[in-house]
Design a protein. Structure first.
Length: 182
């Protein structure tokens, strides 16, 4: 018998001073049985960094050809493709051919460093890709997870603060690769 996803409800308040964007979102997140609390919350952080009315969670781990998050335009074409973790370089190249902009948010300290050193040369050739490493205390982030969450995210100067009102975690955004500025 296959294990089912666990459903999480998140009331997410966002104050992104870098964009600027301010909004409240009621999210329903399906966490795949193989997904950790940490990865699920990284998806929430990625949502906060790109939040708008059209952004949606993909099937992610359960489907190879869908990202963690994406935004499609009115024709159904993919505008933004967002993946988290240490995605396969071949899937990133495929996503870059399907979407206008691709974002990969890596995490995991040493594992993310190793992934970047192995994939850097190939990924730097992709013109519509941004790779950002998230640096934070993974134990503190995972403790914020609960079946029903009320979270506040503040983004300023490439720094993210995530809190549930009693605990908080600071996340540094270290951009590894980004398209050239226009």
């Amino acid at each position: 018998m296959a294990l089912k996803s666990t459903i999480f409800k998140v009331e997410l308040g966002i104050a992104d001073l870098d964009r600027p964007y301010y909004g409240d979102h009621a999210l329903t997140i399906a966490r795949h049985p193989s997904e950790t609390d940490e990865r699920m919350l990284v998806r929430v952080v990625a949502f906060a960094l790109h939040a708008d009315a059209g952004l949606a969670f993909g099937k992610g781990l359960s489907t190879d050809d869908e990202p963690a998050l994406w935004r499609k335009d009115l024709t159904g074409a993919i505008d933004v493709w967002i993946d988290v973790g240490l995605p396969d370089e071949k899937w990133i190249r495929k996503a870059a051919g399907r979407a206008n902009r691709v974002f990969a948010y890596t995490y995991g300290g040493r594992a993310a460093e190793l992934w970047w050193s192995q994939n850097r040369a190939a990924l730097q050739r992709i013109r519509n890709l941004t790779v950002t490493d998230l640096r934070y205390d993974s134990e503190v982030l995972a403790r914020l997870a609960g079946r029903s969450m009320r979270l506040q995210v503040t983004v300023q100067d490439r720094q993210v603060w995530l809190t549930d009102g009693t605990q908080s975690v600071s996340i540094a955004l270290a951009v590894r690769e980004a398209p050239p500025s226009d």
